[in-house]
Design a protein around this ligand. Structure first.
Ligand code: COD
Length: 313
């Protein structure tokens, strides 16, 4: 499989496999129905929209999209709509859960509900994919949307989750840069200490499928020139595939800067759950929501493929 370095390539891979079903919690929003209609039209996914049916139809009319072939399940209460959407995925009646017009924490609580949720016993974490043309890659930023202030152990699991996404994109050994404000260990900056221990774990083989290094400031994680100026010489310096940020604020600000200052394209998914979960901001564009659906579909397709291959063995 070629390494997936752009959303175009990701979409062409998605279209080469069977479409999936996405259960959308609270679809009464123009950008959400637009993304759902585009996913349907481009042979990516069929949508089932849970929420206030009239409000969803109004959003579709305002967006000028035809939802006649989508399934609409009328549940006016937002929390109940989210629970039901997640329940459909947990039962296997849909393949992917997606957040629509509902607060992120309320939606995630539905994902984490003990009965009929998508818990796996592992930490769930969020990955943003940033399409960075001059680096020629889909750069992964984690975790800028789910885990608020991860402790050291959680950071290790966030790294593992992101490495699995990097592997799905065809990177044999994804390179994780653990970010801080500086590249030297400074006990007054706890993020640098966590980064140093994660790097040590990696050097002892504790991240089997990826390489973790740090601490890095952002520049020396993604620019070989900046790394050289600072005299940092390791396989991740300037070549990171994954940026592991110290907390949700850092990840959120980094990603939103990319979108709002540099007009970059992004997608966002939660991984580690029983099924892929599309998690975008309410203000994200229809395109970003569509790309997030496509990323989740790709992940679900790869999962079914590996189950089938496993079954044949
Ligand atoms: N993975 C697995 N289980 C989890 C996780 C996780 N990431 N987070 C919490 N749990 C489990 C806990 O083990 C516990 O059993 C239960 O869920 C409740 O845990 P709390 O009390 O720590 O969690 P909550 O319900 O208060 O908060 C969980 C959220 C995910 C809702 C919370 O972390 C959150 O609000 N995250 C930020 C969401 C957000 O606003 N993002 C904005 C960017 S768009």
């Amino acid at each position: 499989m070629p390494e997936i370095r752009t959303f175009e390539l990701l979409l062409s891979e998605v279209k080469a496999h069977a479409r999936k079903r996405v259960a959308i919690a609270c679809g009464d929003m123009e950008s959400v129905v637009e993304a759902a209609a585009r996913a349907e039209a481009e042979d990516v996914a069929d949508a089932i929209l849970f929420g206030d049916k009239k409000a969803t139809e109004t959003a579709a009319r305002n967006a000028g999209v035809d939802l006649s072939s989508a399934e609409l399940i009328d549940i006016p209460d937002r929390d109940e709509a989210a629970s039901e959407a997640v329940r459909w995925v947990a039962r296997g009646d849909a393949d992917i859960a997606m957040k629509g017009r509902i607060h992120t924490d309320d939606f995630l609580r539905a994902v984490l509900q003990r009965q009929d949720g998508l818990r796996t016993g592992k930490l769930l974490s969020h990955c943003f994919l940033l399409e960075v043309a001059h680096l020629n890659k889909l750069l992964i930023v984690t975790d800028g949307a789910m885990n608020i202030a991860p402790n050291f152990e959680q950071k290790a699991q966030i790294a593992r989750n992101a490495i699995s996404v990097g592997r799905l994109l065809g990177i044999d050994q994804p390179k994780v840069a653990v970010l801080a404000a500086v590249e030297l260990v400074n006990p007054k900056m706890p993020a640098t200490q966590d980064a140093a221990i994660l790097a040590l774990m990696s050097s002892r083989g504790q991240f089997e499928q990826g390489i973790v290094e740090g601490p890095f400031a952002l520049d020396n994680a993604i620019s070989q020139k900046a790394a050289a100026v600072k005299g940092i010489d390791n396989p991740v310096a300037g070549r990171a595939d994954i940026l592991l940020v110290p907390d949700i604020e850092a990840g959120n600000i980094l990603t939103k800067s990319f979108v709002y200052l540099a007009q970059g394209r992004i997608a966002g998914v939660v991984i580690g759950a029983g099924a892929p979960v599309v998690l975008t901001s309410r203000a994200d564009t229809a395109e970003s929501k569509f790309l997030s659906i496509a990323t989740a579909v790709y992940s679900a397709q790869m999962q079914s493929l590996s189950v089938k291959i496993g079954a044949r063995r």
